[in-house]
Design a protein around this ligand. Structure first.
Ligand SMILES: [Zn+2]
Length: 354
């Protein structure tokens, strides 16, 4: 629904000079977008514009004084518009003309409240902003809003936040940490962009060949391993530390074909990678984070009570799709919001602090 229904335009005596009006007997109001797109025009006459008399000395200035009501239609919503007051010698308003432009009129554009947050409508095209935007010299980030997929098998596809919602507070974008404060202005916090090993006392340590990422000799479907395993022998201890910061998207279970819980997992998204911590936790209580928690590298997120932690890193936050593609290096699906996902070698990523 439009909060605006009409623009009341009042042009007072002497506001327009009406130079040369003798040769331009027709007047129009033209409603135009900032991109030059014309929404509509209204021909002014005595029936719609209470043209009245004037005391000023300009020639025929009396015809530049009136009040008019211009309806706001849906196409104008969320845009900046201007109104041209045109004198012309053409009955259709396109001939030899003299134009006077109004200041910009904002129709629910710019920053607006929506669904409990703040969004931004680009005044030029009326589009809801997503991603990075520089506005009045400040940088803001608006959620890409990865939406839940209709496919009922995609149990683990989550919003990164409501579509177009302005980030506030601490959050990650493109793998980097920012404090967006209450005002949404991005302030970089590069000190939070670091990496940790999941069992820091062991550091990188060592891995059995079958624990390693990619095509290994271990017996797996396609011979492919979509992550890196940290076992109790090679990496002892139970506290699992986040390898990188981000925001918790999910804490959930993977079930076998009989519907029995195999393990609990958590996924953390930093705007660049999805970090999947799985196969380590037998029940929900072993994971001590919850969705939307902000996590920093090195922070304990849970306690391993199974024989290994499997760490996966994917470029797509759509975990349902990622999981279906556990045995191939990447996936592409144009019907999905992110469209493409690729498994990253955790050992390489953490070691090189990419
Ligand atoms: Zn594994």
């Amino acid at each position: 629904m439009l909060a605006w229904t009409a623009i009341i335009l009042i042009l007072r005596d002497g506001w327009h000079e009406a130079i040369g009006e003798n040769s331009r007997p027709y007047q129009y109001l033209i409603v135009i977008g900032l991109d030059g797109h014309e929404f509509y025009r209204v021909k002014l006459d005595n029936t719609n514009s209470n043209l009245n008399s004037s005391n000023t000395s300009w020639l025929n200035n009396n015809k530049s004084s009136f009040a008019a009501t211009l309806p706001v239609n849906a196409a104008m919503n969320h845009r900046g518009i201007k109104v041209i007051h045109r004198y012309t010698d053409d009955a259709n308003g396109n001939g030899n003309y003299l134009d006077f432009w109004s200041p910009q009129i904002d129709i629910n554009d710019g920053f607006q409240s929506l669904n409990g947050g703040t969004v931004y409508y680009d005044p030029v095209n009326g589009q809801l902003a997503t991603g990075w935007r520089t506005i009045n010299g400040n940088r803001y980030y608006f959620s890409d809003g990865y939406e839940c997929q209709p496919d009922p098998d995609d149990l683990w596809v989550y919003n990164d936040q409501l579509h177009g919602q302005m980030y506030t507070g601490i959050n990650w974008v493109d793998g980097h940490c920012y404090n967006f404060g209450n005002d949404g202005i991005a302030r970089a916090l590069p000190q939070n962009d670091g990496w940790s090993w999941p069992f820091p006392q062991s550091g990188e340590g060592w891995h059995y060949q079958g624990q390693k990422f990619g095509y290994t000799s271990n017996i797996r479907k396609n011979g492919y391993h979509d992550g890196l395993d940290f076992g109790t022998q090679d990496h002892p201890g139970s506290a699992v530390h986040a390898v990188h910061g981000g925001r918790v998207l999910d804490v959930n279970t993977v079930r076998d074909n009989n519907g029995q819980t195999m393990w609990w997992f958590t996924t953390i998204w930093d705007g660049r990678f999805l970090y999947v911590y799985q196969e380590a936790f037998s029940n929900r209580n072993k994971i001590i984070v919850k969705p939307n928690d902000i996590i920093y590298a090195g922070q304990v997120i849970g306690y391993r009570d199974k024989d290994h932690l499997h760490l996966g890193i994917n470029t797509s936050p759509n975990y349902g799709v990622d999981l279906k593609n556990s045995f191939v290096p990447s996936w592409s699906d144009s019907s999905k919001v992110t469209g493409h996902g690729e498994w990253i070698d955790p050992e390489w990523a953490i070691r090189n602090r990419i």
